[in-house]
Design a protein around this ligand. Structure first.
Ligand code: ZN
Ligand code: ZN
Ligand code: FE
Length: 758
């Protein structure tokens, strides 16, 4: 047999996240390495390759695709077909035809890779160059203005590549082939440090000064990848306190960044799965058990601290010069406004209370916050989805094309539908703030343009006053309103590509209900099209409406009033009311008795608020969900008891409140009571699931809503259900809170459209 007859031709289809991540040059280099001939092409449904050579070599080539794929790619499948020989004479990259509207892939931002870190010390034109990047790493989403993803369409456009960068950019075998933000000390963006009205641009000076300011306990505003950060030494209590006062942030923990994994281990406990998340190319903040070695004002009494590892070249260069191993790195914004991206605004506003402002002269086009996650039951769960994750699409099994989903009011993200993909926006924030609302509408316009989505259908929350709802209605296209908790369950179903009847349990703070009441403890049987509210937590009065969220003691009093009626006045000696002025107590009791401004709620968040206050753990909240978080922190690890409850048309917890009051009077440890309370909620979920399995033959349980960011609840609920034969679906890549509500809205609207209901 001649050699050519041993050659075969394989057509290879690689599916997954393979676009915008340097996949084609990667394939090209592999083909050259293995001496294979053929071509590679990007198409909408993946990367197509044809290679000719011996089958053995092609098999090795395919193994290498799996094992050596660029870090930001995600190879889901590789299908191979043997086809007729075409006798290729070279290996080439075929220019993709898809400049059409079908192109949707925009890569998220990728942390600087190890090769680039090495290059910082070895490449003459990039010695300590803080914007180093390559095909496998660097900014993407934050700098892109339009497609196709070319330098001219990014905020790198004003920087003209020097000859050396250009030769790397055009050399197909170079690590920087077609790396759009490629730059060096000669031609790229530069940092500058602004201090007392003067400006330093010499980079060695800048980084040295920045390091010594932080070592010395000063506050520095630093321009990051998706916006400004505020930084200070995280072991210097005075510095952290100063930052807390400057940020006007009383009770909410700060995130930290450590030099490396090893030094981080001094401050927090890290298991292997947490380590995987910390070191992933997305570099999210991961909530980790605090070892109490940081300045106390970092985590303000909480058991966990959010930590991350360096992800920009600058971070690495800074730690090289700094003595301290760990800094606070919190978003640079004023109160609830979006994270600042504008240099002038940063210098004016952040500079007014920081000792220095570190900036650079490349614009951030798309603002992103640091993403945040935690690990429970060995699985990572995103709680804020932004840098590193946006705009990676969620792949679905249904057609969501042309749908715009507006999302919720708080921790908003919107979502656009493109074919069978849902593209969730970055974390936007709380829309009540004017600046955030502007960020929302600007980003919505950009997404529609960037992903070539022409919305034909808008979907929004039923709440008539949500600003997201108002925005969606202003689009003047057909629209559909969706119930909040139905959307929660649907969002989790979307993540797991479920399209069937399930047991859906949505526990959260607030959502507008069908009956005009405030829902939030909802036990459904539902599918994507519709839901049946089987039961819910008994309605309780919220004295003062929304104001009750800031004053958990009001909810505790409300529950006591529900249980004891007028004789609640016999229980006012409880500890949690000691610091509340008598006239305020009387005012609230008056409101409760006369039903003045006391909207009814089945909210799980308010129920947790009530218990947290009643146990005198948190009676006043300085930030969202503080009382439930502090209550969770009191839980004991090994106590299985729970309180009595009664599931009827609604779930009555009166007996629990009576027992807690009696126990408090007997002086029983509040940690025992907090634990029993959590166990009660878990037990209710379990009892409900068993009932639905018996009555309706269902065994898939979908858990969603912000209360499932309570790790004690999530971990034990999942385990209990799985041990008892249920299939459990919880949020992993999308947040359980309102941050993924728009994803649920999107798939509900798509389902209703498919069924011809709209
Ligand atoms: Zn790199
Ligand atoms: Zn250059
Ligand atoms: Fe919600």
């Amino acid at each position: 047999m001649s050699k050519s007859s041993e050659s075969v031709n394989n057509r290879i289809h690689v599916k997954g996240l393979v676009q915008g991540v340097g996949f084609r040059p990667f394939i090209y280099r592999l083909a050259i390495r293995f001496g294979l001939l053929g071509w590679v092409e990007n198409r909408n449904d993946g990367v197509f390759i044809k290679v000719e050579g011996s089958q053995e070599t092609i098999n090795d080539f395919i193994d290498a695709i799996r094992n050596e794929a660029p870090q930001a790619s995600n190879v889901v499948s590789i299908d191979t077909q043997n086809i007729t020989l075409e006798n290729f004479t070279e290996f080439s990259i075929i220019k993709s035809e898809n400049t059409s509207d079908d192109v949707t892939d925009v890569s998220p931002d990728i942390c600087v890779c190890n090769e680039c870190i090495d290059d910082l010390k070895t490449q003459d034109h990039r010695i300590d160059y803080p914007f180093i990047n390559c095909t496998n790493c660097g900014p993407r989403f934050t700098i892109i203005k339009d497609l196709p993803y070319d330098r001219g369409m990014t905020t790198m456009a004003p920087f003209i590549m020097c000859e050396q960068c250009n030769s790397e950019y055009t050399e197909i075998l170079d690590r920087r082939f077609h790396a759009q933000p490629v730059a060096c000390n000669t031609c790229g963006p530069i940092y500058s440090l602004h201090q007392n009205g003067s400006k330093t641009e010499d980079f060695q000076e800048v980084v040295k000064e920045c390091a010594s300011l932080l070592d010395d306990g000063k506050l520095v505003a630093m321009k990051g990848m998706g916006g400004y950060h505020l930084a200070c030494n995280a072991v210097d209590e005075e510095a952290v306190k100063k930052l807390r006062i400057a940020k006007n942030r009383d009770g909410k923990p700060f995130a930290i960044m450590a030099r490396n994994l090893n030094s981080l281990k001094t401050y927090v406990a890290i298991n292997i799965e947490e380590e995987n998340h910390l070191t992933s190319w997305q570099r999210p903040i991961v909530l980790l058990k605090d070892l109490k070695k940081l300045a106390p004002s970092v985590s303000v009494g909480f058991e966990s601290t959010g930590a991350m590892l360096p992800y920009m070249p600058f971070h690495f260069l800074l730690f090289e010069k700094m003595k301290t191993d760990v800094i606070v790195l919190t978003s640079g914004n004023i109160s609830d406004e979006p994270i600042i991206i504008d240099n002038k605004k940063a210098i004016d506003e952040l500079g007014s209370f920081c000792d220095a402002v570190l900036t650079y002269n490349r614009d951030i086009h798309n603002r992103t916050d640091d993403s945040a996650s935690f690990v429970t039951n060995n699985k990572g769960r995103l709680i804020r989805r932004s840098r590193g994750f946006t705009p990676t699409p969620t792949r679905l099994n249904q057609n969501v094309d042309g749908i715009f989903a507006a999302g919720a009011e708080l921790v908003n993200c919107f979502c656009v539908g493109k074919g069978q993909q849902a593209i969730l926006s970055q974390h936007i924030g709380d829309l009540k703030n004017l600046e955030t609302l502007e960020f929302y509408s600007e980003s919505a316009e950009r997404f529609k343009h960037l992903f070539r989505v022409k919305p034909e259908l808008a979907v929004y929350d039923m709440h008539p006053d949500y600003l997201s709802t108002k925005y969606a209605k202003s689009l003047n296209i057909p629209g559909v309103a969706v119930q909040h908790h139905h959307a929660h369950i649907a969002s989790c179903m979307a993540e797991h590509q479920l399209d069937e009847k399930v047991i859906g349990i949505a526990l959260d703070g607030v959502g507008y209900g069908d009956d005009g009441k405030i829902w939030g403890g909802e036990f459904f049987v539902c599918d994507l099209a519709d839901y049946d509210r089987v039961t819910y937590f008994d309605y309780a009065k919220m004295p003062g409406g929304d104001k009750a969220t800031k004053h958990p003691w009001r909810m505790a009093l409300s529950y006591l009033h529900k249980v004891y009626g007028k004789s609640v006045r016999d229980y006012l000696e409880l500890d949690f009311l000691k610091d509340v002025p008598e006239f305020e107590i009387n005012l609230i009791l008056d409101m409760l008795e006369k039903n003045i401004n006391t909207p009814l709620t089945s909210s799980t968040g308010r129920l947790f608020d009530a218990m947290s206050a009643l146990l005198n753990i948190c009676t006043k909240a300085s930030f969202h969900a503080e009382a439930p978080m502090r209550l969770e922190a009191e839980c004991l690890a090994d106590l299985d008891d729970h309180f009595e409850y009664d599931i009827q048309e609604s779930i009555c917890l009166d007996a629990m409140f009576e027992e807690v009051v009696m126990s408090l009077n007997k002086g029983i440890d509040r940690r025992i009571l907090a634990t029993k309370f959590h166990n009660t909620i878990i037990n209710i979920i379990f009892a409900f699931a068993k009932k639905m399995r018996a009555e309706r033959g269902l065994d898939k349980v979908v858990l969603s809503g912000g209360s499932f960011q309570n790790r004690y609840i999530l971990e034990r609920t999942e385990n209990l259900l799985i041990e008892n034969g249920f299939k459990v679906y919880s949020h992993l890549e999308t947040p359980a809170n309102d941050g993924s509500l728009s994803l649920g809205q999107l798939v509900i609207a798509a389902k209703k459209r498919e069924l011809g209901q709209i």
